[in-house]
Design a protein around this ligand. Structure first.
Ligand code: BES
Ligand code: ZN
Length: 460
């Protein structure tokens, strides 16, 4: 089940339990609800919840929305801490789409300029097309099919289906442009998106004007021109922070373990728990592991633009070589690990299946405090790594706190105990792979045991 032989050899002797639910090994001294092993103590005794709390406090003093100065300040701070701990550290910039500058758009009908306001859809191509106008209702596949749209401009009513589907339906039917009018009950014409590959000019008009056009089409044919000019997304730069340290060459297994969090916050949000808490966890583990001998490369990563659609982690994942992907045995993502007001710790995987990361997390939990359950969820930076076939999981508390994505996501809702607990479990799990005496199952005194842990579909 592990993807390469070297990994399989090390991990099977280390863990044996893989992704299956094995019952608790009777002779396993670690799985007794809270007595950690000596090797766990090498990591967990060093974790300093006050230091993590202070990091959250510092980072959450200002919003860190991706592409803003607030993000840049946070990124420089994180980089300086990694460097202070002795890591080779890199800021990885990547482009991010900011505000849509709608440019100038126009519509003409049978040669006469349309009198209403015309606004380009976000993402529309700059292009001018002239063709017969055809009304296709809401743009459902049946309506589109009935309309014979090849080479025509589609007039569509907003609502019921999403923008992507509507545009794709008419595009697939051969339409060359789109005019969409607003849905029932909605005013104005500031709406609409086109997506990558939907390369036809698309514009929005008001509902009233759209309905007039529908009426007009009932009595006459209209040759329309749709034109979008000078429209573009503002281009912003966001960053990933990448810190790594190779183990001693004589002891290097060639394997890589990743520990990640996202440093960006939502717009205007202090993002103390989401996700200054995860960054604090990454920095604290970087601090203590810098002085701990390992046989595995550990990468400490904080991603930008997670809140914009996992943009930073997808970018970072796309820059990994095939060799790096094959050598990466685990990705631990910490996102929202410190809320006083959230539920218990849970490990989420995008497919709801156990993997090496959840196996290790559950076992470390059992040794340190209590076993950790798992569930199914994407919605964070573990997803791009999972997509590459790397065992990955999100460590988070659920149900969520009421402050999620609000201006109240502040330091006064952060719990040092929660931060400590997650850093211990992730730290012990990582060390289980990275410590030099693995594979260690044969050595009874240091062997961690597999644990039974359950699927939990508790609400978020
Ligand atoms: N920290 C959250 C992830 C999260 C939210 C996990 C709620 C579990 C429950 C993350 O920062 C976030 O808000 N992610 C976005 C997804 C992204 C693709 C924009 C979300 O869930 O809306
Ligand atoms: Zn988050």
């Amino acid at each position: 089940m592990y993807r390469n032989k070297a990994i399989a050899a090390v991990l099977s002797t280390t863990l044996l339990f893989g992704s299956g639910a094995l019952s608790v090994a009777a002779e396993n001294p670690g799985n007794n609800g809270g007595s950690s092993h000596a090797f766990d103590n090498k990591v967990i005794k060093k974790i300093d919840a006050d230091a993590m709390y202070n990091t959250v406090d510092l980072l959450s003093k200002q919003p860190r929305e991706a592409g803003t100065e607030g993000e840049k300040i946070a990124v420089e701070y994180i980089k300086s801490k990694f460097e202070e701990y002795g890591y080779e550290t890199e800021l990885q910039p990547f482009k991010l789409e900011g505000e849509w500058n709608a440019g100038t758009s126009s519509v003409t009908l049978n040669g006469t300029a349309f009198s209403g306001d015309v606004r380009s859809f976000s993402g529309s191509v700059n292009k001018s097309v002239t063709a017969p106008l055809e009304f296709v209702g809401l743009g459902s596949p049946t309506e589109v099919e009935a309309a014979e749209l090849e080479g025509k401009i589609a007039l569509i009513e907003r609502g019921v289906f999403n923008f992507y589907d509507k545009i794709q339906n008419v595009l697939d039917a051969g339409a060359v442009g789109v005019i969409m009018f607003n849905r029932e009950g909605a005013s104005g014409n500031n709406f609409g998106y086109t997506y990558d590959g939907q390369n036809i000019p698309a514009v929005a008009i008001t509902r009233e004007e759209g309905l007039e056009l529908v009426d007009q089409l009932n009595t006459e044919t209209i040759e329309a021109t749709v034109s979008v000019e000078g429209a573009s997304y503002e281009m912003l730069t966001s960053y990933n922070v990448i810190a790594k340290m190779k183990p001693n060459p004589n002891k290097d297994t060639g394997q890589i373990v990743m520990i990640g969090a996202h440093h960006d916050s939502v717009h205007g949000g202090p993002g103390a728990n989401d996700d200054a808490s995860g960054v604090a966890g990454v920095l604290e583990l970087a601090r203590i592991l810098a002085k701990t001998p390992t046989d595995t490369e550990i990468r400490f990563l904080t991603f930008g633009a997670e809140e914009k659609g996992l943009v930073g982690s997808y970018h970072y994942a796309s820059t990994l070589t095939e060799e790096e992907v094959n050598n990466t045995v685990a990705h631990f993502q910490m996102d929202m690990i410190g809320s006083k007001d959230a539920g218990d710790l849970i490990m989420f995987t995008p497919d709801g299946e156990k993997n090496l990361v959840t196996d290790l997390g559950a076992a470390a939990g059992a040794r340190i405090s209590e076993v950790v359950d798992y569930g199914e969820l994407g919605r964070s930076d573990h997803v791009p790594f999972y997509n590459l076939g790397i065992p990955a999981a999100l460590f988070i508390h659920a149900p969520l706190e009421p402050w999620y994505h609000t201006p109240e996501d502040t330091i006064d809702h952060i719990s040092k105990e929660k931060l400590q607990q997650v850093a211990e479990i992730v730290g012990a799990s990582v060390y289980q792979i990275a410590r030099k005496d693995t594979p260690a199952l044969q050595n009874a005194r240091v062997a961690p045991g597999p644990v039974d842990y359950d699927y939990d579909d508790r609400p978020l």
